[in-house]
Design a protein around this ligand. Structure first.
Ligand SMILES: [Zn+2]
Length: 270
């Protein structure tokens, strides 16, 4: 039976996307096309806050990916601006391995008060463990956490084994491996990612495709203390991802860890 008592939990969405209002519709349609999935909503800050408030979400990791290097500066400014408007937003900035000055991008991210860096190798077209991506990790290791998209059947850019390589070469880099370590590549992820220190996992855009048993198994394999709830908004509504999560059968205490405590400890405590 699904525990519908949302209000007894503190809830943080560890993976949400926002876009400026005037491009949000297009951006959302494009993501839906890329993944061939229906999108629940439209990636606007106001819609995000509205969707989350229905189930009492009190914090959101918000990000947006620069598919071209020239977009980096304005996207980071946009994320920071939205974080000023919505105090419940926890912004992650963007950079790109082809950026002419990665150090300056990271400096911008820091000076804007953003909390980490989001990369999406499949949108940004680079191998996650390539030398040019390593230029980013060299700068942020031990300084800023990385949220990285993981997994796709069609591409190898963000394959789980690449995450293990990054960890091997940057053991102090705090990484959140999205989508339980590998969207559509959960078997591979389960082989190479459990037990690695400084790796965490968000569980969004995964539960819809896995049986409850398999999703719960994978979370246990990574460790309940290493997993974060998220929605991949505007892909899913907060209510549907939360219902999926609460049906996995974890204890109240474990639910609370995954819904907010683990994230706060990893990202918000210094
Ligand atoms: Zn994402």
């Amino acid at each position: 039976m699904i525990d519908k008592n949302y209000e007894e939990y503190e809830i943080i969405d560890a993976h949400a996307h926002i876009f400026p209002d005037k491009i949000a519709e297009n951006a959302t349609v494009n993501i839906g096309r890329f993944y061939d999935l229906p999108m629940d909503s439209c990636g606007m800050s106001s819609r995000l806050a509205e969707s989350g408030s229905k189930v009492g979400v009190s914090g959101y990791l918000v990000c947006s990916t620069a598919t071209k290097p020239h977009q980096i500066g304005s996207i980071n400014e946009f994320i920071a601006e939205e974080c000023r408007k919505y105090p419940e937003f926890i912004g992650f900035g963007t950079t790109h391995p082809d950026s002419a000055d990665i150090a300056a991008d990271i400096e911008q991210i820091r000076s804007l008060g953003l909390h980490g860096v989001k990369l999406h190798p499949d949108f940004q077209l680079f191998d996650a463990d390539s030398p040019k991506a390593y230029k980013i990790y060299e700068i942020i290791e031990g300084e800023l956490p990385l949220l990285i998209h993981c997994g796709d059947n069609r591409y190898d850019y963000s394959a789980p084994f690449r995450m293990a390589n990054i960890h091997r070469d940057f053991p102090k880099l705090k990484m959140i491996c999205a989508h339980l370590g590998g969207y559509q590549r959960w078997d591979e992820a389960a082989e190479c990612l459990p037990g690695l220190e400084n790796l965490r996992f968000d569980i969004c855009s995964s539960m819809a495709f896995l049986s409850r048993e398999r999703a719960a198994d994978l979370i246990r394999k990574y460790g309940v203390e290493n997993c974060f709830f998220g929605t991949d908004f505007p892909m899913w509504s907060h209510e549907e991802e939360l219902d999926r999560f609460l049906s996995l059968g974890f204890t109240r205490e474990e639910n609370q860890m995954i819904l907010a405590d683990n994230f706060k400890e990893f990202i918000l405590s210094d």
